[in-house]
Design a protein around this ligand. Structure first.
Ligand code: NAD
Ligand code: UGA
Length: 453
C-alpha cells in the first residue's frame, strides 16, 4: 500500500526533468526532490550558476530551492537516493529508433529500460514508478516486466504521468497547467501522486485515467497540435497564390469556439524534439496494429511540415543566387524563448542553403553556436559564420531569412538595415512577424509566409 510521497527521485535532468522537479520542490517544501543524471557535465551545470536549460523564471526557482529540498546528483549517488525514494520519475529521452525494428519511426525505449533496471536493482520497500517521458502506448508492460526482476521484498506500482509543458513557457505551464494527467491501475498510487500535484494544482484539473489511455493521450495531444500547424501551413501556401492573408484566415477560423484561436500561426514549419518523433511513434503504432490508413493520415502531417520548409527555402536560394549568394539567418532555436534547437527548422533550411552553395551568417542570442554548428553539413565548414547581432548578420547580404520569432526581430529598423545589406536584398519572414509595409517602404522585396508578395 503506497504511503504519502515524501521523497521523490527523478531520473533525467533534461528539459523536462530539471524544470519539472524545480517546480515540484518549489511548490512542495515538505517533499525532498532529487534529480539524477548519468551526464556528469549536466549535473555540474545544474549545480552551477549557468543552468543547462534556459527557461524564463527557472533560474529564480532553482536559486531558492537548490540545496533546500532540490538536489542534483550523479548516477553513483543515485542508488542510495532510489533506495530511499517513495516515487521515482523516469524522465529520460525517448528518441526515434535509429536501427533495428521500427528504425526511423518507433520510439527507442533503451534509456527507459535502463532506468527500469536501475530502479529494480536499487529500490526498496513500496515504490511508485512514474513514466514522465513520452512513451508508446503499452510501454508500461515493458517497465513492469523489468521491475519484476528486482528483489522480492520490493513492491512497485507503475503510473503514466506525461508532461505537457512547452519549452519557452515551461515554468508557466508547470505552475498553471491546463491539466495534469495520471494514468494507473492502483487507485492508491494514483491518489498518492495526485496529492503531490494538489499542493498547487486544483483537483478539478487533475485527470485520472487508465494506464493505456494516459500513454496514448500524450501521443494524441502532440499529434493534434502538430496537425494544427500543418493545417495552417497548408492554408498558407494557398493564401500566397490567391492574395488571401493567412493571419486573417486563421483569425476567422479560430474565432469559432469549436476550433479556438491557439496554434494557428503559419510558419516555416514546426520543430522541437517531440512533435516529429511523437507523430512518427503514432504512425509506427498504427502500422504495428495493422491500421495503414490511420498511419498514412498522421504521416501526412509530417510530410506537410517537410514540404513547407523546403518550398520556402527554395525561394531564399533563388533570391540569394540572384545576388551575392550570402544569407543572414535570424534565429536558430525551434521557437522563441528557448536555447533548444533540436529538430529546429533552422537545421534543414541551413543545410539546404549550404548544399546550394550559399554563404550563411547565423545569429541567435540564446543558441550555443558551437553546438549548432555540429548539425550543419561538415562539408560546408567555412561557408557559415556566427554573427553577434542581427544587424551584424545582415551586413552585406542579399537575403535575410527569419526562422525564429524572437521579439527582437519584430522591431528591426528596416530603414537602417537597408543601408548595410546589398541593394535589392530580399527579406523572407518564415514566421510572419515583421511589419511588411515598413520593410517594403525601406526598399526591400518581402516574402512573409502565407501572404502574397
Ligand atoms: P533530454 O534529452 O533533455 O533529457 C534527458 C536526460 O536523461 C539527459 O540528460 C540524459 O543524460 C538522461 N538520461 C538518459 N538515460 C539515463 C539513464 N539511464 N540514467 C540517468 N540519466 C539518463 O530530454 P527531455 O527534453 O527532457 O525529454 C525527456 C522526455 O520527456 C522525452 O520522452 C520527451 O518526449 C518528453 N517531453 C519533452 C518535452 C520537452 O519540451 N522537451 C515536453 C514534454 C515531454
Ligand atoms: C510541444 C507541445 O506544445 C507541448 O504540450 C508538449 O509537452 C511538448 O511539445 C512535448 O511533448 O515535447 P514544444 O515542442 O516545446 O511543446 O513547443 P510548441 O510551442 O508546441 O511549438 C512546437 C513547434 O511548433 C515550434 O517550432 C513552433 O514554432 C511551432 N508552432 C507552434 C507553429 O509553427 N505555429 C503555431 O501556431 C504553434
Amino acid at each position: 500500500m503506497p504511503h504519502p510521497i515524501k521523497k521523490i527521485v527523478c531520473i533525467g535532468a533534461g528539459y523536462v526533468g530539471g524544470p519539472t522537479m524545480a517546480v515540484f520542490a518549489d511548490r512542495c517544501p515538505d517533499i525532498q526532490v532529487t534529480v539524477v543524471d548519468m551526464n556528469a557535465a549536466r549535473i555540474a551545470a545544474w549545480n552551477s550558476n549557468s543552468l543547462p536549460v534556459y527557461e524564463p523564471g527557472l533560474a529564480e526557482i532553482v536559486q531558492r530551492t537548490r540545496g533546500r529540498n532540490l538536489h542534483f546528483i550523479g548516477q553513483a549517488e543515485g542508488a542510495k537516493a532510489a533506495a530511499e525514494a517513495d516515487a521515482v520519475f523516469i524522465s529520460v529521452n525517448t528518441p526515434t529508433k535509429t536501427h533495428g525494428e521500427g528504425a526511423g519511426r518507433a520510439s527507442d525505449l533503451s534509456y527507459v529500460e535502463s532506468c527500469a533496471r536501475f530502479i529494480a536493482q536499487h529500490a526498496q520497500g513500496h515504490t511508485i514508478v512514474i513514466e514522465k517521458s513520452t512513451m508508446p502506448v503499452r510501454a508500461a508492460d515493458t517497465i513492469k516486466k523489468i521491475l519484476a526482476t528486482g528483489n522480492s521484498g520490493t513492491k512497485f506500482d507503475v503510473l503514466s504521468n506525461p508532461e505537457f509543458l512547452a519549452e519557452g513557457t515551461a515554468i508557466r505551464d508547470l505552475e498553471k497547467p491546463d491539466r495534469v494527467l495520471i494514468g494507473g491501475e492502483s487507485t492508491e498510487a494514483v491518489r498518492a501522486l495526485a496529492d503531490v500535484y494538489a499542493h498547487w494544482v486544483p483537483r478539478a484539473a487533475i485527470i485520472t485515467t487508465g494506464l493505456w489511455s494516459a500513454e496514448l493521450s500524450k501521443l494524441a495531444a502532440n499529434a493534434f497540435l502538430a496537425q494544427r500547424v500543418s493545417s495552417i501551413n497548408a492554408i498558407s501556401s494557398i493564401c500566397e497564390v490567391t492574395e488571401a492573408d493567412v493571419d486573417e484566415v486563421a483569425q476567422v477560423v479560430g474565432a469559432d469556439s469549436r476550433v479556438g484561436p491557439k496554434f494557428l500561426k503559419a510558419s516555416i514549419g514546426f520543430g522541437g524534439s517531440c512533435f516529429k518523433k511523437d507523430v512518427y511513434s503514432l504512425v509506427y503504432l498504427c502500422e504495428h496494429y495493422r491500421l495503414p490508413e490511420a498511419a498514412a493520415y498522421w504521416e501526412q502531417v509530417l510530410k506537410m511540415n517537410e514540404w513547407q520548409k523546403q518550398r520556402i527555402t527554395y525561394k531564399v536560394i533563388e533570391q540569394a543566387k540572384s545576388g551575392n549568394g550570402t544569407v543572414a539567418v535570424l534565429g536558430l532555436a525551434f521557437k522563441k524563448n528557448t536555447n533548444d534547437f533540436r529538430e529546429s527548422p533552422a537545421i534543414d533550411t541551413c543545410n539546404q542553403m549550404l548544399q546550394a552553395g550559399l554563404k550563411l551568417k547565423l545569429y541567435d542570442a540564446k543558441v550555443y553556436f558551437a553546438e549548432f554548428s555540429k548539425v550543419l553539413l561538415p562539408s560546408a565548414n567555412g561557408s557559415y559564420t556566427q554573427a553577434m547581432s542581427a544587424v551584424e548578420a545582415m551586413q552585406g547580404v542579399s537575403a535575410v531569412f527569419i526562422l525564429t520569432e524572437w521579439d527582437e526581430f519584430k522591431t528591426i529598423d528596416w530603414k537602417a538595415v537597408a543601408k548595410v545589406t546589398q541593394p535589392k536584398a530580399g527579406i523572407f519572414d518564415g514566421r510572419a512577424i515583421i511589419d511588411v509595409a515598413a520593410a517594403k517602404a525601406a526598399g526591400f522585396s518581402v516574402y512573409s509566409v502565407g501572404k502574397a508578395r
